[in-house]
Each structure stands twice: as C-alpha cells, then as structure tokens.
Ligand binder design. Structure first.
Ligand code: STX
Length: 315
C-alpha cells in the first residue's frame, strides 16, 4: 500500500482579492517547475490542511492549494454573502491566471469533487485532467440522505447528538432548522448548532472512526465556518440550475483523463453518486475501495489517490 509523501512546507504563500468583500489565501509547494495541480478542499467551508500536500510527489508536482471563500485563512471568516459555487469557480480561474499557469490537473474530494466538476465544465480548456474522490453532486437526494433521513439509520448514536440542538417540532426539516440557528445573532446558538453539525460529519466519515478528527471538527474556529458555509450551500441547492447539472454537462469534460476513487462504505457520500457519474462518464476510471468510507485519510483511499497522482504526473 502506498502512503503519504513526507511533510513539506510551501515555497510560496499569498493572498488574492477576488471580490469587494473576499480575499482568498493560497500556497504553492513541491517543485516550482513541476506539473501544476490545484487541490480543491471539501465542505464547502472545510479549508485546507498541510497534510493535503502529501498526496503529491514533491519532485513532480507544483501543488497549489487555497482556502475557499470564508474558511481557513481566507477572509472574512465564515462569510456567506458573495459565496456561491460560481463565485468559487471564478476564484479558481483567477488564481490560475494570477499564477501564470496555462493548464492544471484538478484534484478534489467530496465537495471538492463537486467543485472540480463545476470548474472543469465551465473552463475545460484550463484543465489537464481530474482526480476525484468520494463523489458528491449536492443533489436533493444526497442532502436528504445525510442531513434528514438515511445515514441516521446507520449511525443512530451519532444522529442523536446531531439533532440535539433542534427541538422535536422542528425536526421535520433539519436543514432549515440548522440554517436558522447557524445564522442566528446569538453566538452561543450559532456555536452549539455548528458543533453538532460538524461532529455529525466527523463521526460518520470513516469506516473505523477516529477520535482526533472528531476533536478538530468540534473546535469552534473550524465548526462555525464549516457548518455555516455547508448549510448555506445546501439550502441553496448548490446554486445549480438543475439537480443533474453536473451529469448533464459531462460532455464538456469527457475528453479529459479522469479517475474516480470511491469508498464502498462511504456514508457521507454514498457510492450511488460515484456510480451515476461513472455511468455518464465511462471513459473515466472508477476505483472502488472495498474497505473504506468517505475520508481522504483512510488507507485504501490514500493508496489509490497517490497511485493516481503518480500516474497523472507522467501524462
Ligand atoms: N460535505 C462533505 C465534504 O465535502 C457534505 C467534507 N466532509 N468533510 C470535509 O469535507 C473536510 C474533511 C474537508 C472537513
């Protein structure tokens, strides 16, 4: 099994003002002369972590990572206005131009896969290929499964904690009930909802749960941006014009090399979504990991992603 490359530090960091309101933070690591790849993190609102650099051979790749609007080191923190899928798509394109990159490989898991599909379908000429993991297309069925009913049947214990901040009479529409609290003027109300929301995702992300990721997700600084931004995108149905938009537009990227890595026991983004994407895009390679859930850091997922990035480096 392949494991992560050794930890590295960025050779360049900066900020880019992308609108009147928002400034995004980006970094570059690896080889400045290497093949460019842009890493799209999850959530939306999850931010980047240094570990993500380690999915790429530092001799081969010029690794560009950035924190999407409102999260990580981007400012203003947890801000929801001027924060849509199409704003992020244009930010990626602005960053590419800012860094004088002609084309890059797009790498993204979970919401990062959603954004990778939206970006590449909007700007196919900027892309050399896609490496996707834990496919999420933000369709109503996917949101309902994870935040209303479905995953609740597999993790009733974690579910009980998730719904705690919401009184029984409001549980018929948990997304709206959370949105109301996550956008409350009262910081305590916001934080209680944010922690419950965020810990639910941490509790269900791995086939074998880990205590450390639950702790990170429960920290106020992480949870507030993550929960607010996710919920904002979900109540707005991802700002897509039709629920199958990313499948309907697959012809725009069909010619690009693509790899889809999917954990069989992914409870956050069940495999049906990866399957339907692959049915529409059979030229892409679908790699199903028999003993993994949703997380980027499970052994089988790591192995497949690193093998894929090694192969793409040689293209
Ligand atoms: N959201 C899934 C997602 O994109 C429905 C995601 N889940 N966890 C993450 O992202 C982080 C690990 C980036 C926090």
């Amino acid at each position: 099994m392949r494991d992560l490359y050794p930890p590295i530090e960025p050779y360049n960091e900066g900020t880019l003002k992308v609108s009147e309101l928002h400034t995004i933070h980006y970094e570059e690591s690896g080889n400045p002369q290497g093949k460019p790849v842009v890493f799209l993190h999850g959530g939306p609102g999850g931010g980047t972590t240094p570990m993500y650099r380690q999915y790429f051979d530092p001799q081969q790749w010029r690794v560009v990572m950035f924190d999407q609007r409102g999260c990580g080191k981007s400012t203003p923190y947890a801000e929801l206005s001027e924060n849509t899928t199409w704003d992020l798509v244009e930010d990626i394109e602005k960053l590419r131009q800012h860094l004088n990159i002609e084309q890059w490989v797009v790498f993204g898991g979970s919401w990062g896969s959603t954004l990778a599909l939206a970006y590449s379908q909007t700007h196919p000429d900027s892309c050399k290929g896609l490496i996707l993991r834990g496919i999420f297309m933000l369709r109503p069925s996917e949101i309902k499964w994870f935040y209303q009913e479905g995953a609740s049947n597999i993790y009733p214990d974690a579910w009980q904690e998730y719904i705690k901040p919401i009184p029984p009479e409001e549980r018929g529409d948990l997304l709206s009930a959370f949105y109301k609290r996550l956008t409350s003027e009262d910081r305590q109300v916001r934080l209680e909802a944010a922690r419950a929301w965020s810990v639910w995702e941490a509790s269900t992300s791995k086939l074998i749960p880990s205590v450390t990721s639950k702790q990170r997700f429960a920290m106020a600084e992480f949870a507030e941006a993550f929960a607010r931004i996710e919920c904002h995108y979900f109540v707005n149905q991802g700002f897509f014009s039709s629920e199958n938009q990313l499948i309907e537009n697959i012809d725009r990227i069909r010619h690009l090399p693509g790899v889809i890595v999917q954990g069989r026991y992914d409870v956050v983004c069940p495999m049906i979504t990866a399957w339907e994407l692959h049915q529409a895009w059979q030229e892409a390679e679908l790699i199903v990991i028999a003993d993994a859930g949703h997380s980027v850091s499970e052994p089988g997922i790591k192995d497949a992603l690193i093998r894929a990035s090694d192969r793409f480096a040689a293209l």
